[in-house]
Design a binder for this molecule. Structure first.
Ligand code: 5RP
Length: 235
């Protein structure tokens, strides 16, 4: 049985997802992120007063693709539709400047691609994801080619990170991403400059992508609180 707190959180996710629907229009190429909030968005998209056959969805993960198909959405690939109008995605942490950490679900590589390819990126979260500064409360997930694990780990430690290999829950050994890589969750105590750190991480040979999404990638964040919805926009 879900606790009252879990019910409240689900309700907040649904309200944030509902608000995001206002930005979805027919004829759009729509990037669709991953995670439980995005799953609520997909369910609402199916129920919305929109002709689903008029929207092409570009998924960011195996999980999202399966759900989009299950809900009767049209799925396309980024190679067919390289210019996305709008991407909707969730987040693990959002700071006061709208820098973001993503990758709790391990999908940050494809999520960053569909964010980068989109004219507009809207992030949907509940209020528990808001922090003043990134770092400490949630590690930065770093997707790494398996053969580079130990080398990358040392480089991340040299940057001040505390590294932990993400373990799979239903198999022995590491979590393997949709792209066949592993994830090094890296805790940086306080991230003073997310833009700089994002570049430093991606400069390490063997790193495919990391979960820092600097503010320049994000157009707005929809935050559902218990009683109201807040819209955070770029200054
Ligand atoms: C997956 C993600 C998710 O968007 C993020 O983990 C938030 O998930 P949820 O909506 O379940 O809290 O980045 O890689």
């Amino acid at each position: 049985m879900p606790t009252q707190k879990q019910d409240e959180k689900l309700l907040m996710k649904q309200r944030s997802a509902q608000k995001a629907l206002e930005y979805v229009k027919e004829k759009m190429i729509l990037g669709v992120g991953s995670g439980s909030t995005v799953r609520e968005f997909i369910k609402l998209l199916k129920k919305a007063d929109i002709n689903l056959s008029e929207i092409i969805c570009i998924p960011s993960s195996f999980d999202t693709e399966a759900m989009l198909i299950e809900q009767g959405c049209q799925v396309g690939s980024l190679n067919q539709y390289p210019k996305i109008d709008l991407t909707i995605d969730g987040a693990d942490r959002v700071d006061s400047d709208l820098n973001i950490i993503k990758g709790g679900g391990g999908a940050m590589l494809q999520e960053k691609i569909i964010a980068g390819a989109a004219s507009e990126v809207i992030i949907i979260v509940d209020a528990s994801k808001l922090v003043s500064t990134l770092g400490g409360s949630f590690p930065v997930p770093v997707e790494v080619i398996p053969l580079a694990k130990e080398f990358v780990k040392r480089e991340l430690e040299a940057l001040g990170g505390k590294v932990s290999l993400r373990k799979a829950s239903d198999k022995l050994g590491p979590t393997v991403t949709d792209n066949g890589n592993i994830i090094l969750d890296t805790d940086f105590k306080e991230i003073a400059n997310p833009e700089q750190l994002e570049k430093q991480l991606n400069n390490i040979p063997g790193v495919m992508e990391n979960g820092l999404f600097p503010k320049g990638l994000i157009s707005r964040v929809i935050v559902a609180e218990q009683k109201e919805i807040k819209l955070l926009e770029k200054a």
